[in-house]
Write a protein that binds this ligand. Structure first.
Ligand SMILES: Cc1cc2nc3c(=O)[nH]c(=O)nc-3n(C[C@H](O)[C@H](O)[C@H](O)COP(=O)(O)O)c2cc1C
Length: 186
């Protein structure tokens, strides 16, 4: 383990709503830990050892994480904010096996009006992470958009920021011993 512990948020977004949620979560998390935010098509192929918390989020497509076909569908529905050739499913699938213990958390966006339907990208992503020995810090979280292309209401973004703050609080007891060790060796 090396460097100052930090959090990394990797997000996928077609119409910009999950991006806004990721930024709000980052604002919350930064009250506790240095946090980097990166789009999935620019995300590192490996998780650096100083990343103590990995947060992954994306839009729910067809009851799960997006696939090439659902992203192609999204492109036909409106202007997209990132290339459709990759998503969190592909990025998580290509991650190498863990060499250091990393804690994880996942989130997604879904449509308010069909909130009773099952299926969540966050839950699917959490399953993939568990298989790769990441330890989930909190249950998967969902933030709601008004319709397929949005918008997302301010109260959902406020909830996302608070989720980030709460996640940071959960992380504190885990970071405490690391910070103390770092102070001693400084
Ligand atoms: C092809 C496709 C399939 C979708 N399937 C679902 C779904 O199963 N459940 C749901 O709640 N929303 C579904 N949605 C709506 C997305 O969740 C919504 O577009 C997304 O939350 C917006 O986030 P973004 O702007 O970051 O892409 C779907 C959208 C698309 C384009």
């Amino acid at each position: 383990m090396s460097g100052t512990p930090r959090a990394l948020i990797v997000y996928e977004s077609m119409f910009g709503n999950t991006w806004k949620v990721a930024e709000a979560i980052g604002d919350g998390l930064r009250t506790v830990i240095d946090t980097d935010l990166v789009r999935v098509d620019r995300a590192p192929a490996e998780i650096a050892p100083d990343v103590r918390l990995l947060v992954v989020g994306g839009p729910t497509h067809a009851f799960s994480m997006s696939r090439p076909s659902t992203r192609a569908d999204a492109v036909n529905r409106g202007d997209v904010v990132m290339p459709a050739d990759t998503g969190i499913r592909e990025w998580l699938g290509a991650l190498p096996d863990r060499t250091t213990a990393t804690i994880s958390a996942t989130f997604d966006t879904r449509i308010t009006r069909i909130r009773r339907l099952p299926g969540s990208a966050a839950r699917s992503a959490a399953k993939l992470l568990r298989r790769r020995d990441f330890r989930a810090m909190v249950p998967p979280a969902t933030f709601f958009v008004d319709d397929t292309t949005g918008p997302i209401e301010e109260h959902e973004l406020a909830r996302a920021q608070q989720w980030g703050v709460d996640l940071g609080r959960e992380l504190r007891p885990v970071l405490g011993p690391i910070r103390r060790r770092m102070r001693r060796s400084a």
